[in-house]
Design a protein around this ligand. Structure first.
Ligand SMILES: Nc1ncnc2c1ncn2[C@@H]1O[C@H](COP(=O)(O)OP(=O)(O)OP(=O)(O)O)[C@@H](O)[C@H]1O
Ligand SMILES: [Mg+2]
Length: 371
């Protein structure tokens, strides 16, 4: 039912009720001393409701109709009893007073309600606008991150290209001794290698794989990383030690986390030009499993601690600066966290933290890492 027809129905019913009460007045013999005062009070119900639903105008209209219908009855039935008649007229006066009072109150309440509704509507509109601008800022942020990334990539490509160009120019000279030719050809080869690893790393970074999680013991991962870097470490006069402290299991993509730990271990070897020891260790703390790579290298300058996970940040001439940003992304994609801190004596510690999982999760296929 529409609001308009509901109002019409209400008004007709209430005025009908006033007419019915009036008819009952006329039809009830005056000898009924109890019924008459009751019927008279019965007028209040439709008058009150009219005032409440239609404001003071509706209330006065109802009071007016009740008065007009009721006055002839007073004159006809109670004309002889002056005292009772006066009381009846006063009662009619009360109809008007009550109708006005309730009507004014109802109007005020309606205005208040409307104001609240308007405020709510304005608020939700403002909220929608705010959300739209937050979305806009986010998009701008993503675009600027993309711009920065592309600028970084262009810069990183330009350096090896410059080296390559220089080497090729020299190689073009016909009189070049064979030894020098060999040297520059090797230099060109190195630059090509650098470009290749830059692009491979960049693709890893730009197109992260969705993790295929399995349930595994982190110790197996540490062990396999230790064997993978053992040869590189040996050549750099670095020892690798694996320390297990009985952690529980974690649910991660074994291949991806192996790559992360491998990156961290290689960084550690590169940070220790004078050799030393690298410890790969696991421990459990609260509900988390922590995998750490501890080195005795040069450590990280405090001003760089914030930047080492940024793409292209590197202090190594041959580095792409993508290793740690890829590690960061992978760990995050696997539901973990990666942190770094300098050790109190020397070197740095990288920690990869995952939630400990208990019981066999049904949704995760069991696929243990091979060491
Ligand atoms: N264990 C570490 N000790 C000291 N500094 C480190 C360590 N690991 C990383 N860093 C610093 O963080 C920088 C960024 O590391 P990241 O692995 O992202 O790039 P990279 O090692 O320079 O290059 P790539 O990984 O492509 O070989 C490094 O250049 C180095 O300055
Ligand atoms: Mg690295």
């Amino acid at each position: 039912m529409s609001a308009g027809s509901q109002r019409r129905l209400r008004a007709t019913t209430l005025i009908g009720a006033i007419v019915v009460v009036s008819l009952l007045h006329y039809l009830t013999p005056t000898s009924h001393f109890v019924l008459h005062p009751l019927l008279q009070r019965a007028y209040y119900i439709p008058i009150l409701l009219m005032a409440w639903w239609f404001g003071w105008r509706g209330g006065l209209l109802a009071a007016g109709i009740a008065g007009i219908l009721y006055i002839p009855h007073i004159v006809m039935a109670w004309g002889a009893n002056e005292e009772y008649s006066i009381a009846q007229y006063v009662e009619i006066g009360m109809f008007f007073v009550i109708a006005t009072l309730i009507g004014v109150l109802a109007d005020a309440e309606r205005r208040q309600k409307q104001k609240i509704q308007e405020t709510a509507a304005k608020l939700s509109e403002t909220y929608a606008q705010l959300q739209a601008s937050v979305e806009q800022v986010r998009r701008a942020d993503r675009l600027s991150a993309l711009g920065e990334l592309s600028a970084g990539l262009a810069h990183e490509i330009r350096n090896p290209l410059g080296g390559l160009d220089g080497a090729v120019q020299i190689l073009k000279r016909p009189e070049l001794p064979a030894e020098t030719r060999q040297e520059f050809a090797e230099m060109a080869g190195k630059e090509v290698e650098r470009l290749k690893s830059l692009l491979t790393n960049f693709l890893d970074f730009a197109r992260p794989q969705t993790p295929r999680k399995s349930f595994l013991e982190p110790e197996l991962l540490l062990q396999s990383v230790a064997s993978l870097v053992s040869e590189t470490a040996r050549m750099a006069h670095t020892e690798i030690r694996v320390e297990f402290n009985g952690t529980g299991q974690i649910a991660v993509d074994a291949e991806q986390i192996r790559q992360v730990l491998l990156n961290l271990a290689l960084n550690a070897v590169q940070a220790m030009p004078d050799g030393g020891e690298i410890v790969l260790r696991s421990r459990q703390e609260g509900g988390s499993v922590i995998l750490e790579v501890v080195d005795q290298g040069v450590g990280i300058a405090p001003e760089n601690l914030e930047r080492i996970f940024d793409p292209f940040f590197t202090t190594r001439a041959a580095g792409t600066g993508l290793g740690l940003s890829i590690a960061f992304q992978i760990v995050q994609g696997n539901g973990g966290k990666i942190t770094v801190s300098n050790n109190s004596d020397r070197g740095a510690t990288f920690a990869v933290i995952f939630p400990l999982v208990s019981g066999e999760p049904e949704s995760v296929p069991v696929r243990k890492a091979t060491a």
